[in-house]
Design a protein. Structure first.
Length: 110
């Protein structure tokens, strides 16, 4: 859930600070590139964590006697949520050219 929160609220201070050092047009390009890279990573993690979940389905946690895949399923859900947030941010950026700075974060109303 922390990954989704950081992505939605753009709390990665170092990236935001570094991007702010450039002119507006370059900031927009860097914003879009960063979201596309994050989207590719998230998609890769969905596939990898799903494979890990499937591979661990026959291994039980000794004390609880439940499949270990339940633990790894949380990774799948986390990166699906992150992907949804990233797709929303990319579409929103393409429509409005708004990078969603601190004043317009996804999830502020929650």
């Amino acid at each position: 859930m922390a990954v989704i929160s950081v992505t939605a609220n753009q709390d990665h201070i170092g990236v935001t600070y570094f991007r702010g050092l450039f002119p507006q047009k370059v900031q927009e390009i860097l914003f879009l590139i960063s979201r596309l890279v994050m989207l590719a990573f998230s998609a890769f993690m969905i596939v990898s964590s799903y494979q890990l979940m499937v591979d661990a389905s026959n291994i039980n946690i000794p004390i609880l006697d439940i499949p270990r895949s339940y633990v790894y399923a949380s990774m799948v859900f986390t990166f699906v949520g992150t992907t949804i947030v990233l797709v929303y941010q990319i579409i929103s950026f393409i429509k409005t050219r708004d990078m969603g700075d601190e004043t317009d974060d996804l999830g502020d109303d929650i």
